[in-house]
Design a protein around this ligand. Structure first.
Ligand SMILES: C[S@@+](CC[C@H](N)C(=O)[O-])C[C@H]1O[C@@H](n2cnc3c(N)ncnc32)[C@H](O)[C@@H]1O
Length: 357
């Protein structure tokens, strides 16, 4: 029976090991402070339109052999364990196996970044890292800084800045074209929802009379609790829904609810091609005419082995910007409607897709 239920589940509802990974997320009071305390907010400090990170590249090139060796060690450990144990489902994430003294063993925040995999907590470490490590001394913090300054981590923060800018630009555009209307925006698999919340906060600071309704959807109750707390800190009122994206989209289709902007960054790069296309197609149906869809895709890079075998983000499916465009086109967006941009490390691609008016 269990087997049959699984078979009948619609593809967009299929529970993926990445969703299961959220169970590794531990409640962490230290992390909560990092996210809720404005002193650690990367976006707030950098402001909108901030310069993207592309720093110390020569240093990382010179050290790449050392990072490669650590990644090779992670790769070897994983495959020996995989062949001996033949793990299934979420076990394949190999959390314990991939953990290494060179990363999680050095600093508790690195351990959280590794074990949280795709979750709110892991992203919070990355987003807060530059400010959390400021003025800290000692070799553990030095190693923390080295890892968190790695181009792969810079790229994730650049994605955050890029998405915040895109959301803010769209809110400003709508303010000019229809200032009296309430704007409905949504973030699906919102995780930290940091980009959407901060962009909305900046926008509301500039236009106190503006009305924005923000809907945040995630499967993970802890993420949503933190998102609600951050929204309260920022004085924003948001609607959070603990539900699968597929079920949410069906609810919206049934009720006719549509959004001016839907952000789904940080979700699609875990989806195989067919799921990616099916998901984007169904989400497109809940975007209002003339509305915007935001997607992001991690790409292939010289350092992707470090990301995969040391940091431990095993389930990401890297794709080129060309492939990202192809999949978005298969999802119903015309070439001319896709505005795609790659951050300066060449690792993350962010695409803004316009639905016809
Ligand atoms: C990488 S994070 C999202 C990143 C987020 N946009 C950010 O920048 O913070 C992935 C999130 O997707 C959520 N998630 C994964 N699959 C989901 C699904 N099918 N429905 C809803 N949420 C999902 C996870 O719980 C996790 O919080």
């Amino acid at each position: 029976m269990k087997c049959l239920n699984k078979w009948h589940r619609r593809a967009s509802d299929r529970v993926h090991v990445v969703e299961d990974a959220a169970i590794y997320q531990q409640r962490s009071v230290d992390m909560e402070a990092l996210v809720l305390d404005a002193r650690y907010s990367w976006i707030r400090q950098r402001g909108l339109g901030a310069r993207r990170e592309h720093d110390n590249i020569r240093r990382y090139r010179l050290l790449s052999w050392a990072f490669d060796l650590v990644a090779a060690w992670g790769w070897l450990k994983y495959w020996v364990w995989f062949l001996l144990k033949r793990p299934s489902g979420r076990e394949r994430l190999g959390i314990g196996i991939l953990g290494t003294v060179f990363f999680g063993g050095v600093h508790p925040l690195l351990k959280i970044a590794h074990e949280g995999v795709t979750s709110w907590t892991a992203l919070a470490v990355l987003y807060a890292a530059p400010l959390a490590a400021r003025h800290k001394t000692g070799w553990r913090w030095a190693v923390f800084r080295l890892w968190m300054g790695h181009p792969e981590c810079q790229a994730v923060r650049n994605r955050l800045l890029e998405v915040a800018d895109r959301v803010h630009d769209e809110l400003e555009r709508l303010w000019v074209t229809r200032p009296d209307q309430e704007i409905h925006i949504a973030s699906l698999a919102c995780g930290s929802a940091a980009a959407v919340l901060w962009a909305t906060w900046f926008y509301c600071q500039a236009h106190p009379a503006a009305r924005v309704r923000v809907t945040l959807v995630d499967l993970d109750a802890y993420s949503l609790e933190m998102v609600n707390r951050l929204a309260a800190e920022l004085g924003l009122s948001v609607r959070t829904l603990e539900v699968n994206i597929g079920a949410f989209v069906r609810q919206c289709q049934a009720s006719g609810e549509k959004f001016a902007l839907v952000d789904e960054t940080g979700f699609l790069d875990y989806r195989p091609d067919a799921d990616f296309v099916e998901n984007c197609r169904t989400v497109r149906a809940i975007i209002a005419p003339g509305g915007l869809f935001l997607a992001a895709q991690i790409g292939r890079s010289r350092t992707q082995a470090h990301r995969k075998w040391t940091i431990g983000w095993l389930m990401l499916i890297p794709r080129s910007s060309k492939r990202l465009r192809e999949l978005l086109q298969q999802s119903g967006y015309a070439q001319a409607q896709i505005d795609e941009h790659t951050e300066p490390n060449g690792i993350y691609h962010v695409a803004a897709c316009r639905v016809e008016a």
